[in-house]
Design a protein around this ligand. Structure first.
Ligand SMILES: [Zn+2]
Length: 92
């Protein structure tokens, strides 16, 4: 019985380590990993409900799309219209 428990714990630890490494390997934030331009968020029911820390994004410049780590909006809200608002904001 103890052997089964030890094996189960090691399997759970392996899954946790792999999950953490995969999470850390994902690009962070709304900027494209290739060209550095802010990407457009894509709605994905699965990710939004089950994994709210992740977000699917698409780069309009180079066409890269993938899952990124969601970052907290510090000042401006990243609700998908951020690109347009940020482009218009600096003009007086
Ligand atoms: Zn790009």
């Amino acid at each position: 019985m103890l052997v089964v428990l030890v094996l189960l714990v090691t399997v759970v630890m392996r899954v946790a380590i792999v999950t953490a490494v995969v999470y850390l390997l994902l690009p962070r934030g709304p900027l494209c990993p290739h060209c550095g331009i802010e990407m457009v968020p894509l709605r994905n029911r699965f990710l939004d409900r089950l994994l709210p820390a992740l977000q699917r994004r698409w780069c309009l410049e180079c066409g890269w799309d993938g899952v990124v780590r969601r970052v907290r909006a510090t000042g401006a809200r990243g609700s998908g219209l951020g690109t347009r608002n940020r482009l218009r904001a600096p003009s007086p």
